[in-house]
Design a protein around this ligand. Sequence first.
Ligand SMILES: Cc1cc2nc3c(=O)[nH]c(=O)nc-3n(C[C@H](O)[C@H](O)[C@H](O)COP(=O)(O)OP(=O)(O)OC[C@H]3O[C@@H](n4cnc5c(N)ncnc54)[C@H](O)[C@@H]3O)c2cc1C
Length: 391
Amino acid sequence: MDYSFTPEEEALRQEVRSFLLQELGPGYNDTGWEHGKDWEFERAYLKKLAARKYLTPGWPTEYGGLGLGIVKQTIFNEEMYYAGSPHFPLTINGTDLLGPVLMIYGTDEQKKEHLPLIARGERVWAQGYSEPNSGSDLASLSTRATIDGDDFVINGTKIWTTGGHIADWMFILVRTDPEAPKHRGISFLIFDMNTPGVSIQPLIDASGEHVINQEFFENVRVPRANLVGELNRGWYVGAALLDFERSGISWAARCMRRIDDLIAYSKEHTIDGRRLIDLPAVRSELTERRIEAECARFISYRVASMQDAGQIPNQEASMAKMFGSELQQRVANTGVHILGLRGQLHHGPSAVLHGNFARWYLNTIPDSIESGSSEIQRNVIATRGLGLPRI
Ligand SMILES: Cc1cc2nc3c(=O)[nH]c(=O)nc-3n(C[C@H](O)[C@H](O)[C@H](O)COP(=O)(O)OP(=O)(O)OC[C@H]3O[C@@H](n4cnc5c(N)ncnc54)[C@H](O)[C@@H]3O)c2cc1C
């Protein structure tokens, strides 16, 4: 087994690292969603990324990408996440989810309108899948769209929408045939969030941040031309969307960065005259997290190399998601152990490491729920991976 990267892949890694160092500076701190967020800086930074096609490195060149294969894209994303590149909340739904789906299922008009805007980071997208009573069992969704002349008319609600409040457009799964079996009466639509009848209610999370939202739709008229794929076959479009960027490298890379931050901090700070890094409990916890992060990284590269080879990762992608997201929680926990009481401050002059671990401890809690909960991932691994019977 050969785990090394080719010289070309290493060169790409160095190129991305140099860019990030130049644009973000050494030790750039990703502020999360709100505290100290500088949206203006981020919009300007987005433009620089777009100019180099760095928002869409995996897209084919004809659609404004660099045409990198999946492994190279994973290397690229690993560096971006490690550096805390702040563009992901704004762009990822468009670049990594909707864009590739439009390339397969979109009409020529849809591709022409949306792909260039996504590639330039000028249209921010929200994902409208979950509903108050439909999460893990997504196919039970009940937000309704009826056809009236040239329009669909949407009524219902979506919830837990990441960035719904900053999104320009939404892609949404709606029920268009309530009589059909549940997977077969769903359609995939796209629409402007400023359409009359859309209202957004913020949902504040445990760390006090506004990341997620609930949207209400009251007679929202969406042109029929905004249907992606076939009518009542949207489940398959929506499922294909979830298959993109499944490597889960974001979890591993973020963990690596946080562990490195903790190691650096522990070398510089003392307690009772001893460096933190010299305390056995600290060394032991950091070592364990580092080994786990290395495992998460290898699972992610396994998923990416399967995709590059034209295989469809299944339980492997579930392992990457489950292990990586739960590891983020363990790393956050390790951080608050090591940093002590000051590590529990979110911000202010006494906060350490920018208050990252205090926030992270709280806002990694939902990681094992979003994008398919740990229980659902375990079910996939058990049934499709281990061949255990369904219960
Ligand atoms: C931070 C965050 C951001 C999100 N962003 C978005 C977004 O942008 N767009 C979007 O559409 N959705 C988003 N979601 C929603 C997310 O996809 C759902 O929360 C997730 O799919 C779980 O659905 P649910 O919350 O309805 O929980 P439920 O499905 O009601 O599950 C409740 C509990 O029961 C368990 N459970 C359910 N079914 C089974 C089963 N068969 N076997 C064993 N256990 C089971 C679950 O694991 C969970 O612990 C986000 C969620 C979070 C937390």
